[in-house]
Design a protein around this ligand. Structure first.
Ligand code: MGD
Ligand code: MGD
Ligand code: SF4
Ligand code: MO
Length: 731
């Protein structure tokens, strides 16, 4: 079976056994990224022996990347939490489930009103649905959020305003059927490898045109017809420039604009304020290349094999390079304006894709783990709230809750005094970790529910052991809105339990004290939970476990049991009616820019072999072997300026902290910047350096730009990592 990219690794701990007949096989879904590849988990004597692809899965079509194929040994790693832990005499010590849950129930009852919860985009839809029900019904608050806040919240914000829905509009098959792909601020080869593979197939087999926009020369750029390498934080200028070029050459889709949109003239007036040359200069790209990119997107030449009567389509895909800025929502508006201008929505082979990150970040939002709406993005409107209250036989709050990044900041004001964190590790994933750590330490009461005792769990008052995707039944929803089954393949590790079961047990203990019927948390199975979620969520109403069993994954919206599911959205109209142009002007590129003391821009992101802070992938030897130190990628010009050679151990410092890593000198990064993934290796982690400055509408942190300096590590710089400011003048 093909392994995406040829970078396969050997698999200690998952060595294939000779006699395959003795093995059991369980069809499930990859627990890493939002592509949602189908996997087959092979087990023998209750141990996972091997993971293979699922050729029948329509999202992955027999492909897997290195993490799906070789990254699963974290499931049965000896570090897994096996019992609840309760802090006694300052130490986390093993406790029974009854002791731990009684304590959590008793303490949380005191904090209704000053409570917040993070849900997990790694856990299932069923886990997420039960958690938001607990927070709303038992804790009486809408203070629930998850990592979407750190991820695509600006995209969702912009799409809701302009279109009325926050999901990817198309499917992976549309990338293969497109005549042009525009890939912006993301690195699919490392972060969505199977999507990258499908995009390469389009380019190689069908002659699809490719435009890549990224300050870093990512691998996919080698296949691009146009590669634009803008200065970080200047995407509004770049996309307004493309829009201006389309208008100058009359390539806009006038029929689409007239029939399907509003606000065109006001938006056009703003775009016309500058010329293509001025826009190109503002973002540091060649104006001819900008014009060419605009032509390819608006009117691509038909790809090979396209029926003569079909209009060639363009897909726009983007990632964190767009969103993780103090003007992330403006960036997303600029992209959606472009799609409306060119009419590249609502047909096969076109559409817009904010590439979703975590395996179930789509589903966690769909299930209602966001502060500003109920399951299915339903607003806190009287009729909607009444429907939930009728189903749940008790009142729920109508005030929007506090967003994740604000919950952390509002620990300082006492608005948040207790937190329940499920399957997230904010003390590696939030920006400015020294600051975040100070805040988390000020909580009165912290519960963490996870597979491992990670950095955040170490501060908790109670730690609850959750079981992984391989030990439970459920569903994940991937980046193309496909709801897919997750099936138990191995027995649970230790006393760990599924997240939804733990929360139900806790909720039943607390319910009688807050006027809620404990029967509301008495589900018999994951299927039971899904059935309730589908009943209350219009776009999932037609999906059931029976159908998923029979038909495989189904793409929402699927409003009725006989509906086949939806490949692409917006064929006839947008959920808000007309698509809305929103004028945006380029703001200052970032909150903190280079100066004499910190002359470089730090761009943070990911590498193929690691997952976020590394809680999972540091425990997979085969992946750790590939990348075991923090790579610091630096431009040759800067390397020379700061006396750094390829392979040197280097120290990177910002006003907030420092890390030690290994230099990779390459002109793939833009002059003036360094790229560091945010995985923690050898105690070094990029988020000690990043800036807790936020985009106003979405409250996403500016992970993609802050000012740093880099120097070769000197012998006396031992164990340089952490969050202390590095020079007295910085204090
Ligand atoms: N291997 C692996 N895969 C993952 C993950 C992982 O941790 N490891 N995480 C998953 C998750 S949750 C997510 S959200 C996705 C993220 O997937 P991506 O969005 O691909 O994530 P990043 O690595 O953050 O890459 C963002 C890209 O933006 C570029 N960039 C930086 N600044 C700018 C800018 O100002 N403008 C533009 N146009 N580009 C810019 C960077 O150079 C980088 O290539 O990956 C998912 N997949
Ligand atoms: N500098 C910088 N920082 C970033 C980013 C960046 O690009 N740059 N990207 C941001 C983005 S896009 C994201 S999404 C966040 C990610 O931030 P997090 O979500 O905090 O990161 P993960 O390490 O994926 O955390 C997932 C946790 O879930 C646990 N887990 C796995 N399965 C289960 C389960 O079934 N149940 C339970 N209870 N736990 C489970 C794992 O052990 C792990 O601890 O980081 C953000 N931080
Ligand atoms: S592309 Fe994503 S979903 Fe597919 S195998 Fe890799 S990590 Fe898993
Ligand atoms: Mo993400």
């Amino acid at each position: 079976m093909p392994c995406v990219r040829s970078r396969c690794v050997t698999q200690p701990g998952l060595a294939a056994t000779g006699d395959r007949e003795m093995e059991r096989k369980t069809v499930s879904t990859c627990p890493f990224c939002g592509v949602g590849c189908g996997i087959v988990v092979h087990t023998r004597d209750d141990r996972i022996t091997w993971v293979d692809d699922d050729p029948a899965n329509p999202s992955s079509r027999g492909m897997l990347c290195v993490k799906g194929r070789f990254g699963i040994p974290f499931v049965q790693h000896p570090d897994r939490l096996t019992t609840p832990l309760v802090r006694r005499d300052g130490e986390l010590q093993p406790a029974s489930w009854d002791e731990a849950l009684d304590l959590v129930a008793e303490r949380l009852l005191d904090y209704r009103g000053a409570f917040g919860s993070f849900a997990s985009a790694k856990a299932t839809n069923e886990d997420a649905f039960v958690q938001q029900k607990f927070v709303r019904l038992v804790m009486g608050t809408n203070n629930i959020d998850h990592c979407t806040r750190l991820c695509h919240s600006p995209s969702v914000e912009a799409m809701l305003v302009q279109l009325g829905s926050g999901a990817t509009s198309n499917s992976y098959i549309d990338y293969e059927e497109a005549s042009c792909l525009v890939v912006v601020g993301c690195d699919p080869d490392s972060n969505h490898p199977v999507i990258a593979s499908r995009m390469r197939k389009a380019v190689d087999d069908h002659g699809t045109k490719l435009v890549v926009v990224n300050p870093k020369r990512i691998d996919l750029a080698s296949r691009a017809d146009v590669f634009l390498q803008p200065a970080p934080g200047t995407d509004v200028a770049l996309f307004n420039g493309m829009a201006r070029a389309i208008l100058d050459e009359g390539l806009e889709d006038r029929g689409f604009i007239a029939a399907r949109t509003e606000g065109f003239e006001a938006w056009r007036a703003v775009v016309m304020e500058r010329t293509v040359e001025e826009y190109a200069q503002a973002c540091g790209v060649d104006p001819h290349a900008l014009r060419l990119a605009a032509r390819l997107y608006a009117r691509p030449p038909a790809r090979r094999g396209l029926p003569a009567d079909e209009r060639p389509g363009s897909c726009l895909a983007w990632g964190m390079g767009i969103t993780q800025h103090t003007h992330g929502t403006d960036n997303a508006h600029a992209l959606i304006n472009l799609a409306l201008l060119a009419g590249q929505l609502g047909r096969p082979g076109c559409g817009i894709s904010p590439l979703r990150g975590q395996n179930n970040v789509q589903g966690c939002g769909d299930a209602g783990c966001i502060p500003d709406s109920l399951p299915g993005y339903q607003p806190y409107r009287d009729d909607v709230v009444a429907r939930f209250e009728e189903a749940w036989h008790a009142g729920i709050p109508r005030e929007p809750g506090i967003k994740a990044t604000d919950m952390v900041e509002r620990i300082a004001t006492g608005e948040i005094r207790a937190m329940y964190i499920v399957g997230e590790n904010p003390l590696l994933s939030e920006p400015n970790l020294a600051h975040a750590g100070d805040l988390f330490r000020r909580l009165d009461f912290l519960v963490v529910q996870d597979l491992f005792l990670h950095e955040t769990a170490e501060l908790a008052d109670v730690v609850l052991p959750a079981c992984s995707f391989a030990e439970k039944d459920g569903t994940f929803t991937n980046s193309e809105r496909r709801v897919q089954r997750v099936r138990q393949a191995v027995p649970r590790v230790g006393q760990s339990r599924a997240d939804w079961e733990i929360i139900c047990d806790l909720a039943r203990r607390m319910a009688p004290h807050v006027g809620v019927d404990p029967g509301q948390f008495a589900y018999r199975s994951a299927a039971d939970v899904f059935a309730e979620m589908a009943r209350l969520t219009p776009q999932l109403r037609g999906i059931s476990y029976e159908r998923l069993e029979r038909e495989g994954g189904i793409q929402w919206p699927c409003p009725s049991p006989d509906h086949p599911g939806t490949r692409y959205l917006y064929a006839q109209s947008f959920p808000r009616g007309l698509g809305k142009f929103v004028p945006v002007r380029q703001a200052a590129p970032a909150a903190e820019l280079p100066d004499a003391d910190y002359p470089l821009i730090l761009n943070t992101g990911r590498v193929l072999y690691h997952w976020h802070g590394g809680t999972l992938t540091r425990r997979v030897q085969a992946l750790l072997d590939q990348v075991s130190e923090v790579p610091v990628t630096i431009h040759p010009g800067e390397a020379e300026r700061f006396g750094i050679a390829d392979g040197d151990e280097v120290v990177v410092r910002s006003r907030r902290g420092r890390l030690t890593g290994r230099a990779i000198v390459t002109d793939a990064v833009r002059a003036g910047s360094v790229f560091v993934p945010f995985v923690k290796l050898r105690e070094s982690a990029a988020n000690f350096l990043t800036n807790n400055a936020y985009d106003e509408p979405s409250r996403i942190p500016e992970y993609k730009v802050c000012a740093v300096r880099v120097e070769k590590k000197r012998p006396r710089d031992t164990a340089l990592t952490g969050g202390q400011p590095t020079a007295s003048r910085d204090r």
